[in-house]
Ligand binder design. Structure first.
Ligand code: MRU
Length: 351
């Protein structure tokens, strides 16, 4: 796969007839690149909940297109807005942590509401345009985030990343992987260490796949090897994505991120969070206000193993995300620039 294809991966789109959302099924990668079509609300919910489409910005983009498809199906004689709101609440309940999902759904509902006096066709046109705008804005934001991210690293640096915040998780370039892919395009060489990211292996399956395909020097490590590679002096910066950033800078991201941040602090390595301003939720005062998704224990015990990896009866705790304390974060890199502590002030100004 060429670098161009990797930075411009077609992971979410509207089917030409506007009756379905087409997504690249990320749960099958890297073994199989299969596109699936989401035609009804159950398929849409399932695709988000089962991580067929994943990564906070990509979930938001997908949800916006889903809202358009669902709106186009509504009987205009009925209570259109009431039904649209119900569809929106249903989609939002598929995953609670990434604020981009609720943000995109609410933006679509606000658009429909603002046009309540217009003819049906006009409202649908506006909703389609709004979904396309959310998608295109994300492409531009990822590019800006990549540029700001690139400004804090230099040729030869070792970068550690957790989970997957690349083109698959967004639209183009990605957030945490954006500066790395941009560096590659500009002939700047970096060494990347990708955590495998238990239990769903987004780092191994998706980050390693994207970076390897782009020709980036990437080394896959198990999550418990982070301290070891930091201790050896191989890491000069950590770049991670985010699912929700609270007003004080506390950041929810894939489970395991906060541990990476604690280790980075110990070894004196800068720890950067990269994401669009749509991921900043000023309504959450601190990380304690961020809802953390709990997932099926089977993901720990059975997925990706030929045989179950532990006794059937054993209890599991499987949170999908954790919160990194703002005091561990060097900077939050957005499309508007880099927010530094005190985050309460810098994030407010940025929003
Ligand atoms: O459960 P996932 O795979 O959706 O978790 C994804 C992450 O934690 C990403 O780092 C985050 O959504 C940012 S993607 C640009």
């Amino acid at each position: 796969m060429s670098i161009k294809k990797v930075t411009h991966i077609d992971n979410v789109k509207l089917r030409e007839d506007g009756q379905a959302v087409v997504i690249l099924d990320q749960s099958k990668l890297p073994g199989l690149a299969e596109y699936i079509e989401l035609e009804n609300r159950e398929q849409m919910y399932d695709a988000i909940a089962k991580l067929r489409v994943r990564g906070a910005p990509a979930i938001g983009i997908c949800a916006a297109y889903c809202m358009y498809v669902l709106a186009a199906r509504e009987d205009s004689c009925g209570d259109f807005m009431k039904k649209l709101r119900e569809e929106g609440e249903y989609l939002k309940s598929s995953r609670p942590t990434a604020v981009n999902l609720a943000w995109a759904v609410d933006r679509m509902i606000d658009k429909a509401e603002s046009m309540s006096d217009e003819a049906d066709e006009k409202v649908l046109d506006a909703l389609r345009n709004e979904a396309v705008a959310i998608h295109e804005e994300d492409m531009a934001m990822c590019r800006r985030i990549s540029e700001f991210g690139l400004s804090v690293i230099k040729e030869g640096d070792g970068i550690l990343t957790h989970c997957n915040a690349g083109p698959l998780a967004t639209s183009r370039y990605g957030t945490a992987l954006g500066p790395i892919l941009l560096a590659k395009e500009q002939g700047i060489s970096l060494r990347v260490f990708a955590d495998e990211t238990r239990p769903l292996l987004q780092g191994a399956r998706l980050t390693a796949y994207e970076l390897d395909a782009a020709g980036v020097d990437v080394t896959l490590i198990c999550d418990n090897m982070v301290s070891s590679v930091m201790q050896k002096g191989w890491i000069q910066a950590c770049f991670v994505g985010c699912d929700r950033v609270a007003a004080n800078g506390d950041t929810a991201n894939k489970i395991g991120t906060s541990g990476v941040a604690i280790l980075a602090k110990h070894y004196g390595i800068p720890f950067y969070v990269l994401g669009p301003t749509s991921t900043i939720d000023l309504d959450c005062r601190t990380g304690a206000d961020i809802p953390i998704e709990l997932r099926d224990p089977e993901e720990i015990k059975k997925m990706f193993f030929c045989e179950p990896s532990s006794p059937e009866s054993v209890k599991c705790y499987n949170p999908a995300f954790d919160v990194t304390d703002h005091r561990l974060i060097t900077g939050i890199i957005t499309e508007k620039g880099i927010a530094y502590p005190p985050f309460e002030e810098s994030l407010k100004n940025m929003k």
